[in-house]
Ligand binder design. Sequence first.
Ligand SMILES: CC(C)(COP(=O)(O)OP(=O)(O)OC[C@H]1O[C@@H](n2cnc3c(N)ncnc32)[C@H](O)[C@@H]1OP(=O)(O)O)[C@@H](O)C(=O)NCCC(=O)NCCS
Length: 236
Amino acid sequence: MTVAPDPLVGKLPPLAQIGSALLADWTGIDLASTQPSEWERCTAERYPPWRRREWLIGRLTARAALGLHNGARAIDVELVPDRLSGAPLVRGLPEVWLSLSHTGDRVACAVAPAGCPVGIDMEVRGRCDAALARRILGPDETLPAGFGHTTLWTLKEAAYKAARGRWPSLRAYQVEWSADGPVVSVPAGLRLPGRTFEWGSTVVALVGHGADTTEFTLLAPGTAGTAPAEPNGPRP
Ligand SMILES: CC(C)(COP(=O)(O)OP(=O)(O)OC[C@H]1O[C@@H](n2cnc3c(N)ncnc32)[C@H](O)[C@@H]1OP(=O)(O)O)[C@@H](O)C(=O)NCCC(=O)NCCS
């Protein structure tokens, strides 16, 4: 499947899709070929250059994701941080919740109906070592043989985002490993499905809405790096 350039976003980068989440690799893409809204352009100007690009590609990816999954003409959407938690709020589209993650020039954006917790996180494979993993494991939690520390970390960060940062310690998000994939227990009794995927050199975790999917699709030909491994596959 090839996605046509989105007139609201401009030139689209290499894309991949996991259910209602969109992954975009903006590496090498000159943002002059994109079409941020006037609000995005002005807001981005306030950031230092590295964050300006990160912030902008996050918004452009979110708009593409909203367009793909809600058919929204999302030019008027403003993605603003919640003042208390920092979680993204979609101003102008209250029926939607979303979650964002950046790794370099790669952005992952998960979309969900409002009220459905959703969190996405992406990290370079191998970024989390055993020492860091020990700091985030709960008292009775273990990492099954063959599962990488980074997989655990991304799942917990995605759960943190799904809970909109309500419990700041990653130890509070306990991952259980069932045959159907990981399940994350969030304080207050919520249990959310989780799923992890390989996307080239990165590990992507989706928690909450849409995480029961096993589909990973490259949307633009020859673009998003190596073919993804099977979901939840063991990785160092
Ligand atoms: C906020 C946090 C989740 C960001 O994660 P990260 O891996 O540094 O960065 P990511 O690119 O994956 O995510 C950034 C996005 O998360 C979103 N975000 C920020 N705070 C959030 C919150 N409280 N809830 C949900 N989403 C949030 C924002 O959309 C942000 O992107 P934007 O600023 O461009 O809009 C992370 O810094 C954090 O605070 N984690 C808390 C847990 C912890 O202690 N981690 C360290 C373990 S040793």
